[in-house]
Design a protein around this ligand. Structure first.
Ligand code: NAG
Ligand code: NAG
Ligand code: NAG
Ligand code: NAG
Ligand code: NAG
Ligand code: NAG
Ligand code: NAG
Ligand code: NAG
Ligand code: NAG
Ligand code: NAG
Ligand code: NAG
Length: 774
């Protein structure tokens, strides 16, 4: 009785509100829908297409009509907001489905990119909404464009994704995705990754050898499986359920990042029940808690806690992440604020350190406290990986601990900070208790974790080894004889620079290939200065700086031992005759170089002015990562050598004009040289080239001319490049080579401009100041 009633109910509603289409799923051209009669039903009345409400918002989608509460399975243009007024209608025409805003006479396609003329549409009983042409051929179907759900009979083809919704009441793009990869593996990742690599995967079917064109299928008895293109069962994810026939199924990647197979009875008024779920640990989905936060298996939902010293951005939405709850007062001013370090065991983060040191945990803490740039560190396997916040993708790792720098005292705000300390302590106690419980659980599941991260070796996306250097970084002192042996008597010369000759060698201990630089013009007596400089250079650790491994001061000999860079210098790379490097490669190099210089200027313990930035001093690693060489050496030269050593006096070259004007040399001199190198990298030519038409000989003049004439494409010889990016690069370059040092941006600003986070005003003619004073 009640079953019959239920079955009839939708039809009753249907006949009241949508009398225009009695009993047929066919929708003819010219049909419209309004928010007040909001659906086109399938034949059986099981599925509906039309307007639905989410809170105050209006959306268009498909849902189970007979199941309460309303279960949305597809949303059109999920990230575009519809006006919530009633003056909107949906219209089927030969061009497809459009949304028409009645007051504004506006019309926008809902389902775009339809190349053929539509003859009719149909809401099928499978839950598929289909557009046909006049030959009854399908031109478009919702099954081909799933959002977060697939239904029985629907396939997720290779190369396609399901992306979770923000919540059950907001179907816009959420934070997790399920990818049917072309390598045959079905994998779950956080959504919106810049680079999708195995390290971010938190679940997979381990079918990465199954070949291309594998699809995910859900059939009518709830079996979920992978098929290859010849119809072979690659893997059964679930077995056929034992439920009676009258059930419907859906597979959804839920907003919490877990993939679940649900079933629902067609005859009983109950709720969806879970037949399968990809994970039983709600902390598995990577990045569930947002930035600066971590997940613990506690009762609360979402199960998130903030790092010490941080509070939730929004207490009501704890998965949005956390923000710092103390202001960073100028760290260099030791009187103002003091810091302490708190550690949390068993947590690991996305690996993105700005510096990696081999230290014990105590020394790591001390180093971070001393280093103003350090906001925290991840300590693991005797390495201290210093971090800048925010930290993302926190996950459990028994072997790692997270050190967080927090402010403990602020002279101006003593009373406030006392209260805060108490709060902090309770926070820490609470989280310690949670951590303890948590550690026990972790202990039990670590085995699983290790296994899982080992087996995820399937997707060979280039992952720069430069990004995670975990080598011994303590400087070694060598004897001259050792280095003589390493270079076989200084025979294999690989370069000659301002400071001396460079030889390739192999260090007997470990067989490591190194570059050994024999300094020639170094001040003879200044033993102590040499030692000091070595210590300064030895403490620089940045992926865009060539690493100093050791040195030798033996009698009058001064030698430096560096990591060997297999791909030569940027000059070789850029100005070679066999074609230019790709645009993306070049812009990457510009950013690498800028980050290296920024580190020298602002992030390392002692500020270092490079004084000799040019393509010959920028080396390319095996992974084509650009690294600065020869930094920190300027001080070792006699003062008059320093001013003249590049021999560019009188020509513009890479040397800032202040070198010739007896003005003080500041970091802005490096910015100038960087600007010249930037323009060279972008245009793939030397800054001065005598072999080309006269108006192009001096690069900076030509560049400025092209910018004024809106002919930037000439600079890249009509190569296909992103025009906006090219324009930005050129403007940054021109700002850097301004004659007046104070007009040049700082390297910090340069990096922000390169990353596109700040606007770049039109640069003045770099020559103007120069010409006005000479
Ligand atoms: C829908 O329309 C097409 C073409 O007009 C027709 O072939 C088909 O039988 C119709 N289907 C239903 C269920 O009315
Ligand atoms: C729904 O609204 C439209 C215009 O907003 C109106 O023309 C139509 O009559 C309404 N339909 C019903 C069933 O109220
Ligand atoms: C639009 O359709 C064309 C041809 O069918 C296809 O190549 C293109 O990728 C489609 N674009 C989008 C955004 O789907
Ligand atoms: C996979 O599909 C693509 C496009 O449909 C096709 O070109 C390719 O040959 C297929 N590969 C296999 C192994 O079937
Ligand atoms: C599908 O899998 C079977 C069994 O492993 C294999 O023989 C067949 O070649 C596969 N088909 C494709 C297109 O890879
Ligand atoms: C998966 O299930 C199907 C039918 O349910 C069966 O024919 C097939 O052998 C199974 N394959 C595997 C790999 O278990
Ligand atoms: C399916 O059932 C078989 C036999 O009952 C069992 O061995 C297998 O593990 C099951 N597979 C899945 C994916 O549940
Ligand atoms: C179905 O169940 C829901 C809640 O469980 C209830 O609100 C609703 O009234 C029930 N509908 C019918 C027709 O019994
Ligand atoms: C820090 O947190 C405490 C308690 O959680 C709060 O009272 C205080 O206002 C916060 N301070 C800042 C700067 O947000
Ligand atoms: C910092 O402290 C030192 C000695 O305690 C004092 O001489 C100096 O003036 C203080 N500086 C500031 C900015 O308070
Ligand atoms: C840590 O290293 C420092 C120097 O690097 C050393 O003085 C200290 O004793 C070490 N501490 C432990 C616990 O090993």
């Amino acid at each position: 009785m009640s079953a019959t009633f239920l079955f009839l109910l939708p039809f009753t509603i249907f006949s009241i509100f949508a009398a225009a289409q009695p009993g047929t799923s066919n929708i003819s051209l010219g049909s419209s829908l309004y928010p007040n009669n909001s659906q086109w039903l399938s034949n059986s009345g099981q599925f509906a297409f039309g307007f639905y409400r989410e809170g105050n918002d209006l959306a268009i989608g498909i849902w189970f009509e007979k199941i309460q509460p309303q279960t949305i399975i597809w949303t059109a243009n999920r990230d575009v907001k519809l006006p919530s007024s009633e003056d909107v209608k949906l219209h089927l025409s030969g061009e497809g489905i459009s949304v028409i805003l009645q007051d504004k006479q506006g019309l926008s396609p809902l389902i775009s990119n339809i190349t053929e003329s539509v003859a009719w549409a149909s809401m099928l009983d499978s839950g598929n909404f289909v557009l046909y042409n006049s030959n009854a051929k399908i031109i478009w179907q919702s099954f081909d464009a799933p959002t977060d759900t697939i239904l029985s009979g629907q396939r997720l083809l290779a190369g396609r994704n399901l992306v979770s919704s923000i919540s059950t009441t907001n179907h816009a793009t959420g934070r997790f995705q399920l990818s049917m990869q072309r390598d045959g593996n079905l994998v779950q990742y956080p959504a919106n990754l810049v680079l999708v690599t195995a390290q971010y995967a938190y679940w997979n079917t381990k079918t990465f050898t199954a070949g291309d064109n594998v699809s995910l299928n859900l059939d009518h008895n709830g079996q979920l499986y992978l098929l290859n293109s010849t119809g072979f069962y690659i893997k059964n994810i679930t077995n056929q359920t034992q439920l009676p026939d009258n059930h419907v199924y859906r597979l959804t990647i839920d907003s919490d990042g877990i993939l679940r197979l649900y079933s629902h009875s067609l005859t009983q008024n109950d709720s969806w029940s879970i037949e399968y779920s990809s994970s039983s640990n709600k902390c598995d989905p990577l990045g569930l808690c947002g930035l600066n936060a971590y997940c613990v298996p506690i009762e609360e939902d979402p199960p998130c806690l903030c790092l010490p010293g941080f509070v939730f951005i929004d207490q009501g939405q704890r998965d949005l992440g956390c923000r710092r709850n103390f202001s960073i007062v100028d760290c260099a001013n030791k009187n103002e604020t003091r810091y302490s370090i708190t550690d949390l065991d068993g947590l690991e983060w996305e690996d993105n350190p700005y510096s990696v040191l081999t230290l014990n945990e105590t020394a790591c803490k001390e180093d971070c406290l001393r280093d103003c740039a350090c906001e925290g560190a991840v300590y693991k396997d005797n390495t201290c990986r210093k971090q800048k916040f925010p930290l993302g993708y926190g996950r459990t790792d028994e072997t790692a601990s997270t050190l967080v720098k927090i402010g403990i005292e602020s002279s101006g705000t003593k009373t406030v900070s006392k209260g805060r300390n108490k709060q902090l302590q309770t926070d820490i106690i609470i989280s310690s208790v949670a951590m303890l419980a948590f550690s026990l659980i972790i202990l039990a599941i670590t085995g699983v974790f290790i296994y899982r991260y080992r087996v995820l070796g399937y997707k060979k996306v280039p992952y720069s080894a430069d990004g995670r250097f975990v080598e011994d970084v303590t400087l070694r002192s060598y004897t001259y004889v050792e280095l003589e042996k390493a270079t076989k008597g200084f025979t294999d010369e690989v370069g000659k620079g301002a400071f001396g000759t460079v030889y390739k060698g192999v260090i007997s201990n470990g067989g490591r290939v190194v570059a050994i630089k024999k300094l020639e013009k170094v001040v003879g007596e200044a033993e102590r200065e040499f030692q000091n400089e070595m210590n300064v250079i030895g403490r620089t650790h940045h992926k865009n700086l060539v690493k100093l491994l050791g040195y030798c001061h033996d009698g009058s000999n001064r030698l430096l031992v560096y990591e060997y860079m297999t791909n030569g210098s940027l000059a070789d790379f850029l100005f070679r005759s066999d074609g230019r490097p790709a645009w993306e490669e070049r812009t990457g190099i510009v950013l690498n170089v800028a980050q290296g210089i920024l580190y020298l200027h602002e992030e390392c313990e002692t500020q270092i002015i490079h004084c000799d930035i040019k393509p010959e001093n920028i080396l390319m690693s095996e992974q084509k990562c650009a690294k600065l060489a020869d930094f920190g050496l300027a001080k070792l030269l006699k003062s008059e050598q320093t001013r003249t050593h590049t021999g560019f006096r009188g020509t513009r070259g890479y040397v800032a004009p202040e070198w010739h004007r007896n003005m003080p040399i500041t970091v802005k001199a490096d910015v100038y040289s960087f600007g010249v190198v930037l323009l060279e990298i972008i245009c793939c030519r030397r800054s001065v080239n005598m072999d080309i038409p006269e108006d192009q000989v001096v690069l900076e003049n030509w560049v400025y001319h092209c910018l004024e004439a809106d002919e930037l494409h000439k600079l890249v010889q009509d190569e296909e490049v992103d025009k906006t990016q090219l324009g930005r690069m050129i403007k940054i370059g021109l700002w850097c080579i301004q004659d007046e040092p104070s007009l040049r941006p700082s390297m910090k600003k340069v990096v922000l401009m390169l990353e596109g986070t700040v606007e770049i005003p039109a640069p003045p003619n770099p020559d103007s100041f120069f010409s006005s004073i000479s």
